[in-house]
Ligand binder design. Structure first.
Ligand code: CUA
Length: 265
């Protein structure tokens, strides 16, 4: 047992030193290069499509660079004193027209399937209405009603820097989080009260424009519990950078308890 304990201590030290962790990345980190970890099938799809496209990008870049270098090398004036008189090449023209078209065709298949998957609203169990304001978000759970005919509705403001507690994220923490159950199809309806905003949470693969006088809808299906951070993603005025989003994904019983609490207060 002591050996085991020592090994785990070594691992912990190693992970801390290398700045590695087992925790999922659901908020931006310093010098982050890649995506945040996915929490929905849609975000998994986005990341996979990115990887698929990366394959073609690398292939095409290497080929084009190789062609360019070869051309510059072999057709340089001192190396190639008598220029070629060739002006046409039907065969090569067919090749360099058909090949890119074929690559685009291959890319289109996963791209379209993802696009339609994002558009699909699968019989939602919960509907949440999200309104963008200058400069905060307000949330409305209209599925539930109490004896006083009240629905669950609240505003969500950023926690200012001077009020942050240890461990809280600067410019990302809010006073009231959106609580959502995991493994449930949730429909979100997004709109704005004043100007354009955009409700965006990277880990959920959502970026939905909030447009005054118009309802946009998407769906969320969160696979694991956690805190997902996002920000307004449409320039909406002076405090655009100060209206973050925090989605708290909890188990269904905890969600029911939360709703019950909200309705009875
Ligand atoms: Cu709201 Cu930018």
């Amino acid at each position: 047992m002591i050996i085991n304990k020592n090994i785990s201590v070594i691992y912990l030290t190693l992970f801390t030193c290398l700045n590695l962790s087992f925790a999922n990345c659901d908020a931006p980190e310093n010098w982050q290069m890649g995506f945040q970890d996915p929490a929905t099938p849609i975000m998994e799809g986005v990341i996979n499509l990115h990887h698929d496209l990366m394959f073609f990008i690398v292939l095409v870049s290497i080929f084009v660079t190789w062609m360019l270098v070869r051309t510059l090398w072999y057709f340089e004036q001192t190396q190639n004193i008598i220029p070629s008189t060739l002006t046409h090449g039907t065969f090569i023209e067919i090749i360099w027209t058909v090949t890119p078209a074929f690559i685009l065709l291959i890319i289109a298949i996963p791209s379209f399937s993802l696009l339609y998957a994002m558009d699909e609203i699968i019989s939602p169990a919960i509907t949440i209405k999200i309104l963008g304001h200058q400069w905060y978000w307000s949330y409305e759970y209209s599925d539930y009603i109490n004896d006083k005919d009240d629905i669950v509705t609240f505003d969500s403001y950023m926690v200012p820097e001077e009020d942050l507690e240890t461990g809280q994220l600067r410019l990302l923490e809010v006073d009231n989080r959106v609580v959502v159950p995991i493994k449930t199809h949730v429909r979100v309806i997004v709109s704005a009260a004043d100007v354009l905003h955009s409700w965006a949470v990277p880990s959920l693969g959502i970026k939905c424009d909030a447009i005054p006088g118009r309802l946009n809808q998407t769906s969320i299906f969160i696979k694991r519990e956690g805190l997902y951070y996002g920000q307004c993603s449409e320039i909406c005025g002076i405090n655009h950078g100060f209206m973050p989003i925090v989605v708290e994904a909890v188990s269904l019983p905890n969600y029911v308890a939360w709703i019950y609490n909200k309705l009875s207060t």
